[in-house]
Design a protein. Structure first.
Length: 369
C-alpha cells in the first residue's frame, strides 16, 4: 500500500497516533462561497500488477505539438517541418551506462542526439520563419511516439490530414532525426568506445568517416532515381549554395544488389562525407508522409547504429561533443567537439531552411505515377 499526505506531514509510523506538522500551502482552500477552510487528507493506492506497470504500459497517451502559420496564396497546401521529441523508453527499471558495464541495454531518459538535437533545430527554424510571409502554410511539428512505431506522425497524416482535412495537400515534408554526429566529426570513437564498423546492409559509415545523410523518398527502386526533382534540389543546395561540393556524393544503386547498395556505392565513391540518396526503407517519421499521403520527403541524419550511446543513458550533449572532437586525430581539421558540433548543426539547419524556402516557392511533387 502506498500513501501520500496532503496538508500535513507525519513524523512516525502511520499506524499510530504521531506528531504531525501542518503544511498550509497544501491545506488552505477557498470554497465556492469564499470561505477559507483547512483540510488535511491522505491518499492510499496499490499497484495491482507491478510487472505490467513497470514494463508493459509505456506512453499510453501522447500528444503531437504543432504550430501553423497560414500561407498567403495557397493556405490549403501545407509544407511541414518535423522531428520526434520522444526518446527510447527504458526497457526496465535499471538504467545502466554502457561506459561502465561495457555492454548496451535499451532505453534512456536523456536522448540528446535522439532526438533533442532534431527538436532544437525545428524550434530554431520555426522561430526564424515566424517572421516571414509564405505562399503555403508552414507547419512545424514535434512528433510523439516515434520510438514506439511512428504513432504520432502516423495519426497526424492518416487522420488529422487525410480524414479530417481532405481539402489539404501536404506538398513536402522535411524530417530531422539523429542529425549532428557526422562530418565534420569522425576519425574514431572517443574514450574507448567501439569504433563504428562497416554495415553492408545499413547506413554507410566506417571507423573514420561518418557521413551526413540527406535521404529522400519515396524511392522504391534502388537502381534509379524516383524523385529527381528533390535530389537535384538537394544537390544544388549542398554543392552550390553551401559550397560543399567536394564533400558530396549522390548514391544510386545501378548495377548493385538491393541489400547492400548504399554501402557498396559509398565505398566505391571513396567514402564521400555528405551523401544524397533515395532510401528504399524509412526508419523515421518521413515514412508516415510517404505511406499515408504520397508526399515527397527529405530528411537529415548522421551516425546511427555505430553511435555507442544510441538509445542509451549516455546519450548526452557531452557525449555528442566527445564524438565530434577531432583534436589529436588523423582526420579532418583540428577542432574541438563543440566547434564541430556547432558547425554540423548549423550546416544542417541552413540546408533544411533553404529547402523550406525553395519548396514554398515551387513544391517538389511525387514523380512516381
Amino acid at each position: 500500500i502506498n500513501r501520500i499526505d496532503a496538508g500535513y506531514r507525519t513524523a512516525g509510523n502511520t499506524g499510530r497516533a504521531t506528531a504531525s506538522r501542518d503544511v498550509p500551502e497544501e491545506s488552505l482552500m477557498l470554497t465556492g462561497d469564499e470561505n477559507i477552510v483547512d483540510i488535511d487528507f491522505a491518499v492510499f493506492w496499490r499497484i495491482g500488477d507491478a510487472g505490467k506497470f513497470l514494463f508493459n504500459i509505456q506512453n499510453p497517451e501522447a500528444y503531437n505539438v504543432c504550430a501553423y502559420k497560414w500561407g498567403s496564396e495557397t493556405p490549403n497546401e501545407w509544407l511541414v517541418f518535423g522531428a520526434h521529441f520522444d526518446i527510447a523508453p527504458p526497457a526496465n527499471a535499471v538504467l545502466l551506462d554502457p561506459h561502465t558495464t561495457g555492454s548496451r541495454t535499451y532505453g534512456t531518459r536523456v536522448g540528446a542526439y535522439d532526438n533533442t538535437a532534431g527538436t532544437s533545430m525545428v524550434l530554431e527554424t520555426a522561430k526564424v520563419l515566424a517572421g516571414f510571409e509564405s505562399r503555403r502554410t508552414m507547419v512545424f511539428c514535434l512528433w510523439s511516439g516515434e520510438e514506439g512505431g511512428k504513432r504520432g506522425s502516423d495519426y497526424w497524416t492518416e487522420y488529422y490530414v487525410k480524414e479530417d482535412h481532405p481539402e489539404v495537400t501536404v506538398t513536402n515534408y522535411i524530417n530531422l532525426d539523429m542529425a549532428g554526429v557526422n562530418w565534420p566529426g569522425g576519425g574514431g570513437a572517443p574514450h574507448g568506445d567501439p569504433d563504428p564498423q562497416i554495415d553492408e546492409d545499413g547506413y554507410p559509415k566506417d571507423s573514420e568517416v561518418w557521413p551526413m545523410r540527406v535521404y529522400i523518398g519515396p524511392g522504391p527502386n534502388h537502381d534509379r532515381l524516383d524523385q529527381p526533382g528533390m535530389v537535384g534540389l538537394s544537390q544544388w543546395i549542398g554543392g552550390d549554395a553551401l559550397g560543399l561540393e567536394e564533400q558530396m556524393g549522390t548514391l544510386v544503386g545501378l548495377n548493385y544488389t538491393a541489400d547492400t547498395w548504399k554501402t557498396d556505392v559509398w565505398m566505391d565513391m571513396d567514402r564521400p562525407e555528405i551523401i544524397v540518396y533515395e532510401d528504399t526503407t524509412a526508419r523515421s517519421d518521413h515514412a508516415s508522409f510517404q505511406d499515408n499521403l504520397g508526399t515527397v520527403t527529405v530528411g537529415f541524419g548522421g551516425l546511427v547504429d555505430g553511435y555507442w550511446c544510441y538509445h542509451q543513458t549516455c546519450d548526452t550533449l557531452d557525449e555528442m561533443e566527445d564524438w565530434m572532437d577531432t583534436t589529436g586525430k588523423d582526420y579532418g581539421e583540428e577542432n574541438t567537439g563543440i566547434s564541430n558540433l556547432v558547425n554540423s548543426l548549423d550546416m544542417i539547419t541552413w540546408w533544411a531552411l533553404m529547402t523550406f524556402f525553395h519548396c514554398d516557392e515551387k513544391p517538389v511533387l511525387n514523380a512516381i505515377e
